[in-house]
Ligand binder design. Structure first.
Ligand code: OAD
Length: 385
């Protein structure tokens, strides 16, 4: 991947532009060099703290937890050739991944803060969860390189498919068919084997003009997105905030590696910039009922109202978890009913393997609901709580 050496430049190697190869050095660079063109590149890791699994993390990643779909390869769920043959696995998953159920993370709010400060040149995302939009980043600042759930088309005649019918199909885990030619309908997510949107190619050269690049929460394994950091000019600092080192970052003297979770990383950077309070306030404003309250211009909530809100939120969460649970049971039941006796044996084995992977017994898996297989951390939280 990429053509850069993967050697990490020793921290003692003097940087060419930064004062120091750490977030304090980056903050000084931003302030003293009047940085104005920041490109941000992100992947699934910026949304994991919102409760959406990434793809490739061992144990918790989506691809390690799709045994119940009986796919030849986990990636097939997003493969256009496979989808043509069998769209069901994708629609079994779509309901759980569809936007509308998750709150942006503080990392999303940090991108909005960069925009508000007039620093953001472009935000490149591989995510399909639309959380940067929900955090308030304007649509024209975002390149959704792998598409999104926002629209959908027939994969044959390309006719658009109505939003309300799509929502209903996703909710019922049904495969929608084109109203004109009966072809298969798919959200405009870019599957393996499909071209990226024109927007990506129109903006692809922008990293060359950047004066700072921030990369967060991505394994940089999927091309052509993974090539973007390599386009940033030598001598322009690149900051990686990620659980692990990826994509050869660290090989240039002004690369800064911040290995850990994105939320902690952006909080540290905000503190170094003196933006901490603004960042927390911005994230606070992404709470689901916050916008409505501000729009109504009502008085701030009393302590009792705040407590009641919290109780409502928790009740909703429990309801949602129970809903997932029934969906999971239903799916396993359908799966067992729909397979031969030989297949039934392997399905049972699959269920067992899934629960082993999550570290929970079968009953635990059912009690945490259908997302036990895609959100094993929920299973763990449930067990310890
Ligand atoms: P991956 O799952 O491949 O990588 C996520 C990266 O984020 C990993 O390096 C994790 O260690 C890291 N990570 C996870 N949680 C984190 C956290 N809280 N803080 C910091 N880092 C964290 O996801 P992507 O790189 O987005 O494509 O995957 C790229 C594409 O592959 C996706 O867009 C998807 C997938 O197949 C399609 O669906 C077409």
């Amino acid at each position: 991947m990429g053509n850069e050496s993967s050697t990490v430049v020793d921290d003692s190697t003097p940087p060419s532009v930064l004062e120091a190869r750490n977030l304090e050095g980056v903050a000084k660079y931003i302030k003293q060099r009047s940085v104005q063109r920041v490109v941000v590149m992100v992947g699934a890791g910026i949304s994991t703290s919102a409760g959406i699994p990434d793809f490739r993390s061992p144990d918790t990643g989506l691809y390690s937890n799709l045994a119940y779909l009986d796919l030849p390869e986990p990636e097939d769920v997003f493969d256009i050739g496979f989808f043509r043959e069998n769209p069901r696995p994708f629609y079994a998953l779509a309901r759980e991944l569809a936007p509308g159920q998750f709150r942006p993370t503080i990392a999303h709010s940090f991108i909005k803060l960069l925009y508000d400060e007039g620093l953001l040149m472009k935000h490149f995302t591989q995510n399909i969860d639309c959380l940067e939009r929900l955090a308030g980043v304007p649509g024209d600042m975002i390149v959704e390189a792998h598409g999104s759930f926002a629209t959908q088309h027939c994969i044959d005649c390309k006719a658009e498919y109505p939003d309300d019918l799509m929502k209903a199909a996703v909710a019922k885990e049904e495969v929608p068919h084109c109203l004109q030619c009966q072809g298969l309908v798919k959200p405009d997510i870019v599957f393996f084997g499909e071209a990226l949107p024109a927007d990506f190619f129109e903006n692809r050269e922008l990293p060359e003009q950047a004066d700072l690049c921030i990369i967060m929460g991505t394994s940089l394994t999927v091309q052509p997105f993974a090539s973007l950091p390599g386009l940033v000019r030598e001598g322009v600092p690149r900051v990686l905030i990620n659980m692990e080192r990826v994509g050869g970052l660290g090989s240039r003297p002004d690369d800064v590696l911040v290995l850990g979770d994105c939320d902690t990383g952006v909080r540290k950077l905000a503190r170094a910039l003196g933006w901490e309070q603004q960042l927390e306030a911005m994230w606070e404003a992404t709470k689901p009922d916050q916008g409505t309250r501000e729009a109504e211009q009502g008085p701030p909530p009393t302590r009792e109202e705040q407590l009641q809100d919290e109780v409502d939120r928790l009740t909703e969460e429990v309801d949602r978890t129970l809903g997932f649970s029934s969906a999971y049971e239903e799916r396993v039941r359908r799966h067992l009913e729909g397979t031969s006796s030989q297949k039934t044996d392997s399905a049972e084995e699959t269920t067992r393997r899934t629960t082993t992977t999550t570290g929970a017994g079968q009953n635990d898996s059912e009690s945490v609901g259908g997302l036990g297989h895609v959100f094993p951390h929920l299973a763990r939280a449930n067990k310890s709580g």
